[in-house]
Design a protein around this ligand. Structure first.
Ligand SMILES: Cc1cc2nc3c(=O)[nH]c(=O)nc-3n(C[C@H](O)[C@H](O)[C@H](O)COP(=O)(O)OP(=O)(O)OC[C@H]3O[C@@H](n4cnc5c(N)ncnc54)[C@H](O)[C@@H]3O)c2cc1C
Length: 341
C-alpha cells in the first residue's frame, strides 16, 4: 500500500464509513506486528531485511562498463518507500510542468497543479515562497561550452540546452551531514571527525530511459530492472563538470574553504578527466525516486491510466502512486509531490 493511499485515502475513509478499500500488499499482511513499520523513526531498519523488496538492478550497462547491484531498496510493507524518504521538497520549474501537460492535459500543467502542489491540496505543504521558475543553480553551461560533444548535441537539439531546456535546473546539490547510509553503503564511516557528504544530482540526464521488464505473472518474482545510467557519455561529462563546480565552491568558496580540511575516503582526481570518469562510473548512485512507469495516456494502447489516473477500461479503478507522474519532478521529489497531489 503506497504513500498516498495511507496518507490521503485512509483519512478520507474515516469521514465516509461506507467506502471500503481492498488492500493488496507485496508480502507480509501483518504490519501491526512490525515495530520498524509502526514506529517511523525505525523505518530505516527495514532496509536490507525481510521487509525490503531489495531489488536487483542493473545501474550501468555500457559496453565498457557494467554494474549490477543488490539491494535497490523499496520497503515491502505498509507505506512503501515513503517512510524512507527524507522529505526534501522543492517545487518543480515551470518548464517541467509544461512537459507534464503533453501527457496529462491542462490539469497537469503549472496552473493545473498549482492548487494542489501549492496550498490547496489534501495535505497542506508549507513553502518558503513559490517562485515562478527555479533559478538554475549551479549552471555549468560555460564549462560545457568548451566541450565538443556538448556543443554538437546542443546544435542537434535546435540550439536548446539538452540538460536544461526551458530554464530547468542542471543539478540539485544535497548537503548531507554524516553519511547517508541509503546512498553510501559502499563506504566505511570514519571513526572520528565531523563529515559532510555533498551529492551532485544531474537532474535531466540525456541517457535513454531505464526500463523494467516483468519476468513472471507471479507478483513475487523480481522484475528485471535496468536503470541505464550514463548510457550517453554526455551525462558523464556533465557530472564531471558539475562535481568540479561544486568542488571549487567547497574548496575555495568563502564560508566553506576554512571548514573543509580533507577528502574521504581519498582525494578526488580533480584535474584528470579519465580518472574522474572512472570515479563517476564507480560511485554514481540512484536517489530511489522511481516514477513515470505509466504516464497519463489517451487509451490502453498508449499506456495504463487516463489523465485522471483511472485505469483504461475500468470504471472505478485509479492508480494513485508516483507511477502516473508524466516525468520525474525537478529536484527529485516524487514523494512530497504525492502528498500535495
Ligand atoms: C532513501 C530514500 C530517500 C528518499 N528521499 C526523498 C525525499 O527527500 N523527497 C521525496 O519527495 N522523495 C524521496 N524519496 C522517494 C519516495 O520515498 C518515493 O518516491 C515515494 O515513497 C514513492 O511512493 P509511491 O506511493 O509511488 O510508492 P511506495 O510508497 O513505495 O509504495 C509502493 C507499494 O507497492 C507495494 N508493492 C510493490 N510490489 C507489489 C506487488 N507485486 N504486489 C502488491 N504490492 C506491491 C510496496 O510494498 C509498497 O507498499 C526517497 C526514497 C528513498 C528510498
Amino acid at each position: 500500500m503506497s504513500t498516498r493511499s495511507v496518507n490521503i485515502v485512509v483519512p478520507e475513509m474515516a469521514e465516509n464509513s461506507k467506502v471500503s478499500v481492498p488492500v493488496n500488499e507485496a508480502d507480509r499482511g501483518d504490519p501491526e506486528e512490525i515495530d520498524e513499520v509502526l514506529i517511523p523513526a525505525r523505518a530505516f531498519e527495514c532496509r536490507n531485511c525481510p521487509n525490503d523488496l531489495k531489488y536487483k538492478s542493473t545501474f550501468i550497462d555500457r559496453p565498457d562498463y557494467t554494474r549490477v547491484e543488490k539491494p535497490n531498496t523499496q520497503r515491502k510493507v505498509l507505506c512503501g518507500s515513503s517512510d524512507l524518504g527524507y522529505f526534501i521538497w522543492v517545487r518543480s520549474s515551470k518548464g517541467t510542468f509544461y512537459d507534464w501537460e503533453t501527457f496529462g492535459g491542462a490539469g497537469w500543467n503549472w496552473d493545473g497543479t498549482m492548487e494542489n502542489l501549492g496550498t490547496g491540496g489534501h495535505l497542506q505543504i508549507t513553502h518558503a515562497e513559490l517562485v515562478p521558475e527555479l533559478v538554475a543553480f549551479p549552471r555549468i553551461a560555460d564549462r560545457l561550452n568548451d566541450i565538443k560533444e556538448y556543443v554538437q548535441t546542443k546544435k542537434d537539439n535546435g540550439g536548446k540546452d539538452p540538460f536544461g531546456p526551458a530554464g530547468k535546473p542542471y543539478f540539485e546539490v544535497d548537503f548531507v551531514p554524516l553519511f547517508p547510509d541509503a546512498f553510501q553503503w559502499h563506504f566505511p564511516v570514519p571513526n572520528e571527525g565531523n563529515w559532510l557528504t555533498v551529492i551532485a544530482d544531474l537532474m535531466r540526464p540525456v541517457s535513454k530511459p531505464g526500463f523494467v521488464t516483468l519476468q513472471s505473472a507471479d507478483p513475487l518474482v523480481d522484475p528485471y530492472i535496468n536503470i541505464t545510467f550514463l548510457e550517453n557519455n554526455l551525462d558523464e561529462v556533465a557530472l564531471r563538470e558539475g562535481i568540479r563546480f561544486i568542488d571549487d565552491m567547497l574548496m575555495t568558496g568563502d564560508g566553506f574553504k576554512d571548514s573543509i580540511s580533507e577528502d574521504d575516503p581519498w582525494p578526488i582526481p580533480r584535474n584528470l578527466n579519465e580518472e574522474m570518469g572512472k570515479l563517476i562510473l564507480e560511485w554514481s548512485q540512484t536517489g530511489f525516486n522511481p516514477c513515470g512507469m505509466y504516464r497519463p495516456s489517451r487509451n490502453i494502447k498508449e499506456d495504463v491510466v487516463d489523465e485522471q489516473s483511472k485505469v483504461h477500461g475500468f470504471k472505478n479503478l485509479r492508480d494513485i502512486d508516483a507511477s502516473v507522474f508524466p516525468d520525474i519532478p525537478d529536484c527529485k521529489n516524487p514523494e512530497c509531490c504525492l502528498h500535495g497531489w
